[in-house]
Design a protein around this ligand. Sequence first.
Ligand code: SAM
Ligand code: F3S
Length: 443
Amino acid sequence: METYFIETWGCQMNVLDSQRLEGLLQRHGLSRVERAEDADVAVLNTCSVREKAVGKVLSRLGELHLARLAGGKPAAVGLCGCVAEQEGARLLARSPALSFVLGPGRIAQLPAALDAVAAGRRVSVTGFGPVRDYEAHLIARGSGARQYVTVIEGCNQHCTFCVVPYTRGRESSRPLPEIVREVEAVAAAGGKEITLLGQTVNAYRCPASGADFGDLLQAVGATGAAWRIQFVTSHPKFFTDNMIEKLARTPGLGTYLHLPVQAGSDAVLKRMHRGYTREEYLGLVARIRSAMPEVTLSTDVIVGFPGETEADFLETLALVGSVRFGQLYGFAYSPRPRTPALHYPGQVSRSEAGERLQRVFEAQSPVQLELNQGLIGRSVEVLLDGPAKRGSEAWQGRGPDNRVVNVQGWSGIACGQVAEVVITGATAHSLLSEVGPAALPAA
Ligand code: SAM
Ligand code: F3S
């Protein structure tokens, strides 16, 4: 085996897991190719949070099987990520294209799986061991300015709609000094924006010292290593006043805070097992905004959760209207295997959920437009990601609040650079800007 191809589906956590997998593949002597059809080993790093995850995987496996019949490659196919954990040996038995299955808790065993495949065996390794192997130095991070560092793996919350606790196992926090060292190393290697990752990042507790997420942020901020620090995903249940105070005082922290609410009705929140009421969520928003007046909040909303009535839904709409989130990610409830909500009565039809989702977006869009228009004339620093469109002279990046900013008039173009810009225009989903003082409104 000499070459590998890797395909990543889903969240930031999977992006980082793919970099971990790549590091191990490279240490095993394999080099990367850009098409599965050219690879000796193709790895699919999958997501199963929503929709027909298994169907999508099977159809991709079918394509790879046909490619192999036609051209001999990919000679081996590995399934990783949440679908691997969820389906395990079942999928190995079902799909002849598959050579190995490796759950998210078993990434470190990739070399052993490759050896088994080379010896003509098909293997499935899932589950979670007592100790999580996390070889930070082996992560193939590439040269990107945006980088991720895991602080806590797994999730103990068991929201009744969510498959993550089953696919990513119990919570496990990494030692604080190890995280700080990794942040410093990543920044020294060119990482400008470092996002601390966890399913419930603010439930972090250092296993050695008991330091909490506020302490961790302060320690990371105190290094001064990263140009910007972000974190996802916070759970409303875990923010204490003390933590909020520390957040407000952390140097280098962006102004973006993702705070999934999921629903605005107490009855639905209770059935979701979210651990807070509507009132508590709104109180938290007020406390965060009072400590961090510049903060831009974003959220996740699920509509069509089993038993959600029109009145429940209207409470969600009203909450969205009153909080005025800078960004909102809306989802129609998707029944997931093993989750309690799968068996709840009152399943809402797809068309009803789709219609409610549309109404959420219709309520959110003008708010976003208004908030974005309010930023016109402001100076911000934007981390550039690349051309706004193919062949376009404008560049695209993100500001400290995670808003997408299109930048015009940038001549020293380079991906990963920070541009000082002035916001000149706005749509509901992005901002327009120009570089330098020429764009400043006349005094
Ligand atoms: N740990 C995070 C949290 O506390 O919100 C995020 C986990 S999940 C990967 C990301 C988002 O997907 C959730 O916030 C939720 O809105 C959505 N989600 C999870 N399960 C879902 C389901 N069964 N149907 C629809 N949306 C779902
Ligand atoms: Fe999922 Fe709830 Fe954890 S959304 S990842 S079970 S906090």
